[in-house]
Ligand binder design. Structure first.
Ligand SMILES: Cc1cc2nc3c(=O)[nH]c(=O)nc-3n(C[C@H](O)[C@H](O)[C@H](O)COP(=O)(O)OP(=O)(O)OC[C@H]3O[C@@H](n4cnc5c(N)ncnc54)[C@H](O)[C@@H]3O)c2cc1C
Length: 507
């Protein structure tokens, strides 16, 4: 277990210099750079610290044996793949402040990490810098030279991003599924590219060889990796701990931020029990507040605070520009002579690039069931044009998202540009048993929520909420709905860029 920032239960009545809401990528970058500049920081995280083993001696639950640690306040799991061979695979669990939240809106389920480290605790570790020619469309107000010369390299170095050893890829039993994916892509004329990852590849080799405890090779992913993945706990948060200037309150949730009578901001915070109940409500004052609660968390807070009069002057762009990064999933049934292997590393390592021609990039994903499935499985990122908006609903006192399920259809069409062709070449069909009965497309979810407080619209060009000096946005809500690749490297690089300017000009 890496050294973590000191946990401290913040006291009601406290006054802090900087409060960071959320401990994912945006929050961790902000906290580290502020601390290194000599500023004391307190981080508030609604999830758990994830630093203590459970009864089985492991911190994180196993993918195929989900227990209370696996889901955020649910009594039944809500796995992205809901069935196998037509049989439902979700199971009852104890309600607990577990690591993966499947947050349900009317038209989409949004998966997010909960805990110190945010999404880095549960994600696939795929660490991709978008192609430079796509960057202009993503963040047109940002100087690409700065991003590609300074901030992307900095983010990649700090996160520990590397690509698999290509020679090992050719022989690793746990990547047979990816080699089948490559062979079939290439037979249909699509380029197969390696996807960089934050997983420790040397550790993976030891796992495969049986000389180290298995983690990715044992299928660990969605509910945390016990060994090889370099989550933020092993990178930014470890560095944060070394500064000695940052404390963090886990199991605390920010519910309100409003200008304080004598300067700074009054922040309302709920302390949670592991059953999700509010044990204490606290009021503190912060000179400066960074919203880094993730695209959904930050957007929900800001939309509520504007609508309920806590921050009424926030501009009309708040809540807009939300997208799902075009996520859609599917599986294909292979022939009996194309087995994908019983041993499958949970960390994907390559993808099929048809972005320029078809608006789709398909990651060859594992199905780590431990049995031969003869299935190829894919998460496809597509150039879906739809953008949704968060609204305050005064009758339910909740924030709704107006995403519609039919808005996934363009993503399906883009994904078909790859898989219809592969099926035609191979003489194969889609699997229709993974997302319910007779359902081909996993079009009900996203792992990549983006937008809701878009850079240079809801904020200035560096994440400042200019109507309220001292309030900043620092996470995936700044990015308008799509990054053309997996998003966390861009979220990290953008946070590095923004915090540098904010420290230079505002502190
Ligand atoms: C299953 C899964 C797989 C993924 N795979 C990949 C991948 O391979 N590559 C990739 O690039 N991306 C992947 N992602 C997406 C990636 O993890 C996110 O884009 C990224 O974590 C977002 O970073 P962030 O800083 O915006 O917010 P987050 O990392 O989501 O952090 C926000 C934090 O704020 C906390 N919070 C929210 N509201 C409050 C509140 N009111 N008070 C206090 N705390 C609060 C949350 O608990 C959370 O810890 C995946 C996501 C999931 C769920």
């Amino acid at each position: 277990m890496a050294a973590m920032p000191a946990t401290a239960t913040i006291s009601s009545g406290a006054r802090v210099s900087v409060l960071v809401i959320g401990s994912g990528y945006g929050g961790s970058v902000a906290a580290l750079r502020l601390a290194q500049a000599g500023v004391d920081v307190h981080m508030i995280e609604m999830g758990m610290a994830w630093d203590t083993p459970g009864a089985d001696g492991k911190i994180f639950a196993h993918t195929t044996k989900p227990d209370e640690r696996s889901f955020w306040l649910r009594t039944k799991t809500k796995q992205p793949l809901s069935s196998f061979l037509g049989f439902p695979i979700d199971r009852d669990i104890q309600r607990y402040t577990g690591i993966l939240d499947a947050e349900e809106f009317a038209g989409i389920t949004v998966y997010q990490g909960r805990g110190v480290g945010g999404g880095s605790l549960v994600n696939g570790g795929m660490a991709v810098t978008p192609k430079r020619e796509n960057f202009r469309a993503i963040l047109p107000s940002v100087n690409p030279d700065e991003m590609y010369n300074v901030y992307y390299p900095r983010a990649n170095a700090e996160l520990g991003v590397h690509t698999i050893d290509p020679a090992w890829f050719e022989v690793a039993e746990c990547y047979q599924y990816a080699r089948v994916g490559r062979k079939q892509a290439q037979r249909s004329g699509f380029p197969f590219v390696f996807v960089p990852n934050v997983y420790d590849w040397d550790y993976m080799k030891q796992e495969q060889a049986g000389t180290a405890p298995r983690s990715a090779v044992a299928g660990e992913l969605l509910y945390g990796n016990n060994y090889g993945k370099k989550s933020l706990q092993k990178t930014y948060l470890k560095q944060i701990a070394a500064t000695g200037r940052v404390t963090i309150s886990p199991l605390h949730r920010v519910t309100s931020v409003t200008p304080a009578p004598r300067g700074g901001y009054t922040v309302e915070i709920e302390q949670l029990t592991t059953a999700g109940a509010v044990s204490t409500t606290k009021t503190i004052t912060a000179d400066t507040v960074f919203f880094a609660a993730g695209s959904v968390g930050t957007s929900k807070l800001l939309v509520k605070l504007k609508a309920t009069g806590a921050l009424p002057n926030l501009n009309s762009e708040i809540g807009k520009g939300w997208g799902d990064n075009g996520n859609v999933m599917c599986g294909r049934a292979n022939h009996i002579w194309d087995p994908t292997g019983t041993l499958q590393a949970s960390v994907p390592t390559g993808g099929i690039d048809n972005w320029a021609a078809g608006g789709a990039f398909a990651e060859v994903a594992p199905l780590p069931t431990g049995i031969e499935t003869w299935a190829s499985f894919y998460l496809t990122l597509t150039n879906n044009p739809h953008r949704a908006r968060f609204h305050w609903n005064p009758s339910t006192k909740q924030v709704d998202l107006d995403w519609q399920k039919v808005w996934k259809q363009p993503s399906i069409e883009m994904a078909k540009t790859i898989f219809h062709k592969i099926n035609a070449t191979e003489g194969t069909i889609y699997r229709s048993d993974l997302f319910g009965v007779n359902t081909i497309w996993g079009d009900h979810l996203t792992y990549h929520p983006l937008g809701g407080a878009v850079l240079n619209k809801a904020t200035d060009n560096y994440g400042r909420l200019v109507e309220y000096p001292g309030l900043y946005v620092m996470d995936g809500s700044l990015i308008p709905g799509n990054t053309s690749v997996n998003p966390f490297v861009t979220i990290t690089a953008l946070a590095e860029r923004n915090i540098e300017e904010i420290i230079a000009s505002d502190f």
